[in-house]
Design a binder for this molecule. Structure first.
Ligand code: SF4
Length: 266
């Protein structure tokens, strides 16, 4: 409220709004009239894992633009289809993703992973595909991304997307207060690893844990960080700094999905 007053930008509670029924492919939904009246919509989702839909990002954040009754119906309808369909009714014009410290696997928090990233775009399907990649999933692992692409909301083709990096965060990762992240970090030997690099590795290890492969690194932890720049020898190294290690992969930082592919081959 203080920031709203300071900059003269009024806050509006969608829960107090009136709603209009809009329909796509026979599915009707109660949408906020305020949202429907906007001529430019900026969406600011937080990058997070999600226990039901795997990720939450730009497409799912539009659930904030419907009535509470409609939110309950979304769950009864299985989430994926209505999340994709609501994005045919409400068009986002600009998306700014807060990837500073999103949760590993749960939408309500508990296992924050410091990533220190903010990214933006105009295609919510592409943005969510990039989020999926950052969390260690393929875009089509997330059912609503595929449905949204099929109905023409946007493109999931991150392999051919133009991604421009404006500034690289090289701050050193700090120990996480999360027990789950601490457990995953038992499989890592980090020396001055950048936050983004370390977060991508932790998210990749979380996927490996789900798939039952993490035991492979119990006595052979993954080496990562600037402290390995001049190190040559045995081990498994992740990131350009660890490229002198016998089995290693490059990237600065390497993406979560690239780390996952590499670790699965070890
Ligand atoms: S590879 Fe790049 S991002 Fe990773 S620790 Fe080294 S400098 Fe940091």
């Amino acid at each position: 409220e203080e920031i709203s007053r300071k900059y003269g930008v009024p806050l509006f509670d969608i829960k107090q709004d009136s709603y209009s029924i809009k329909t796509f492919k026979g599915m009707d939904m109660e949408i906020s009239e305020k949202v429907l009246s906007l001529d430019f919509l900026i969406n600011i989702p937080v990058l997070k894992g999600h226990c039901q839909t795997l990720i939450t990002g730009a497409l799912k954040n539009m659930k904030g633009c419907i009535s509470d009754r409609e939110k309950r119906r979304f769950h009864a309808r299985g989430l994926h289809k209505p999340i994709a369909y609501v994005n045919k009714i409400i068009k986002q014009d600009f998306i700014l993703v807060d990837g500073i410290c999103g949760d590993l696997d749960y939408e309500e928090g508990g296992n924050p992973v410091q990533m220190n990233r903010i990214f933006c775009g105009t295609d919510p399907v592409l943005i969510d595909s990039y989020i999926a990649d950052n969390i260690g999933y393929r875009p089509y692992d997330v059912e609503y991304i595929k449905i949204a692409e099929d109905i023409g909301v946007g493109s999931a083709d991150i392999d051919n997307a133009e991604i421009i990096v404006l500034s690289r965060d090289e701050s050193i990762a700090k120990p996480s207060p999360s027990r789950k992240v601490q457990e995953l970090s038992r499989y890592v030997n980090a020396k001055d690893a950048c936050s983004a690099c370390y977060a991508n590795l932790i998210r990749a290890l979380a996927r490996l844990d789900e798939e039952g492969f993490i035991y492979k690194f119990k006595n052979n932890p993954v080496l990562i960080g600037q402290g390995y720049k001049d190190f040559e020898g045995d081990g498994i190294g992740v990131g350009q700094c660890a490229s002198g290690i016998c089995r290693s992969m490059g990237g600065c930082p390497p993406s979560t999905s690239a780390i996952l592919d590499f670790l699965k081959k070890q």
